[in-house]
Design a protein around this ligand. Structure first.
Ligand SMILES: [Fe+2]
Length: 477
């Protein structure tokens, strides 16, 4: 018997493949009843997110047991004319984000919830079927009102995580409902690969969010090529308007992101005193507030033998950064690689390269990067790709070439990478007068960079969203 597919037919989603073009990310969320509003087009909502596309159905025996394949057309936000209302529980949790802790043994989950009471995370070593164990660890969450009306900002820590282990988790409460169960695998060993992304800067325009599909596609491409990164690093300007909840929802929407530990920088577009959503979505490890907005400031974490320092470049007082760098470097002497994330790249290739604040960072902060033995600085803000020569403070110390390059840095020498937009929402033309650049690219494609470390080599490989390699550079010990 074929299921009835007309308006009003209800069926559970047993699994969905979503993605754009030929790619796809498997999503095996729990069943969420929804109503088919039309024969061919549906929108499946989760909180204020939704995915619009086409469905095909393979029934088993009746109209209430269907396997659904959902092929995405666009990713967007806001209610649509074909909205399929999900179960009430599915609307009580949104923007679930798995984030790095101070070490790989810890992770933080953040989310927005309708209710503050009883919120918690449940987690444990995933069963062979990828489910939560029968007796998961239950951690009470901290909740406070969010600036988005009707929602609370919630976060909880997962601790005692073992290396190389796949965990399952969900967030919410028995009273108000749960997120779907997600899985992630903790890194093993002291080295590996992480994935860096510049300026998604998702931008709401009417009922759509520009860049949302590109962001999801670039993530998808990166994770297909590098399926087990240690973590994912977004280098600032996650959104365009920090008060636009739909932009934050779209940033956290790709289900693949809930299977990776995320680290972020705050960018200039993420901050606003009256829209402090960045600090409501992000819990940065080892945070020292710069006093600009709750939950923002300088942070760091240690990934095996790599120290990652995430500076808040909206803070223009150079002494604040110098002081933080000195303390963090002194407290973590036994690492092989020191990497800084800094949204306002001091050495970029487009119009921001000549901004007053960028010039001040170039002149006044880069010497400290050299003194503190920083190997690599990752930045964004200028929406084009630049790899520098080896720099000593603001000066070119040793030249690289536009071809794949191997450097053996001496004391005081630092390499800088500026990443292009990872979503394609905005691309800036290259400008003249950037003598620090060994390699520049404005391919008008979203890009990402894979950084792979070993005890003797650090290689940063940059790719367009469709997989073509743009550049590669290696630092050796
Ligand atoms: Fe920016």
């Amino acid at each position: 018997m074929r299921p009835t597919l007309g308006p009003g037919c209800r069926a559970p989603i047993r699994g969905a493949r979503w993605g754009t073009g030929g790619g796809g990310t498997s999503w095996r969320g729990r069943e969420q009843p929804f109503t088919f509003p039309s024969r061919r087009r549906v929108i499946v909502e989760g909180g204020s997110r939704f995915w619009e596309g086409h469905v095909s159905l393979r029934h088993r025996s009746s109209g209430v047991l269907c396997a659904v394949v959902l092929v995405l057309g666009i990713a967007a936000a806001g209610p649509g004319p074909w909205s399929a209302r999900p179960a009430a529980a599915a609307q009580t949790v949104k923007a679930v984000s798995l984030q790095v802790g101070a070490t790989p043994a810890r992770a933080t989950v953040t989310w927005f919830a309708r209710s503050t009471s009883g919120q918690r995370v449940e987690y444990g070593v995933a069963t062979p079927a990828g489910r939560l164990p029968a007796a998961p660890v239950r951690r009470k969450a901290a909740a406070r009102p969010a600036s988005e009306r009707g929602w609370s900002s919630v976060h909880a820590a997962m601790t005692g995580l073992r290396p190389g282990t796949t965990y399952a988790y969900r967030v919410g409460s028995h009273r108000s409902g749960w997120s779907s169960v997600s899985r992630f695998t903790t890194p093993a060993g002291e080295y590996g690969t992480f994935l860096a992304f510049g300026d998604p800067q998702l931008t709401r325009s009417g009922r759509t969010v520009n860049g949302a599909a590109g962001w999801a596609r670039t993530l998808d491409t990166a994770l297909r090529r590098h399926p087990r990164p240690r973590f994912v690093f977004s280098l600032g300007d996650q959104v365009n308007d920090p008060a636009a909840s739909a932009e934050w929802d779209a940033f956290f929407a790709p289900p693949a992101l809930r299977g990776q530990r995320l680290a972020t920088l705050i960018g200039n577009h993420d901050q606003a005193r009256r829209a402090p959503q960045y600090g409501q979505h992000v819990v940065a490890p080892n945070l020292v507030s710069t006093g600009r907005a709750p939950g923002t400031g300088n942070a760091y974490f240690v990934e095996g033998k790599t120290l990652v320092i995430a500076l808040d470049s909206n803070e223009k007082r150079l002494a604040v950064h110098r002081d933080y760098l000195r303390k963090v470097i002194a407290a973590n002497p036994r690492v092989t690689w020191r990497i800084v994330g800094f949204h306002h790249s001091p050495f970029s290739g487009s119009s921001h390269a000549d901004d007053a604040d960028v010039r001040a960072f170039r002149a006044g902060l880069t010497p400290e990067f050299g003194r503190q033995g920083i190997d690599l600085v990752l930045g964004g803000h200028d929406h084009s790709y630049v790899r520098t020569h080896l720099m000593n403070g603001p000066r070119i110390s040793r030249r690289g070439s536009a071809n794949p390059t191997v450097h053996r840095p001496r004391r005081g020498e630092t390499l800088y990478l500026t990443l292009n937009s990872s979503s394609g929402s905005k691309m800036y033309p290259l400008v003249s007068g950037t003598p620090w650049a060994a390699k520049r690219d404005q391919g008008r494609r979203p890009t990402y960079t894979a950084v792979t470390t070993s005890a003797t080599r650090l290689t940063a490989s940059t790719y367009h969203d469709r997989g073509r390699r743009v550049d590669e550079v290696t630092l050796t010990r």
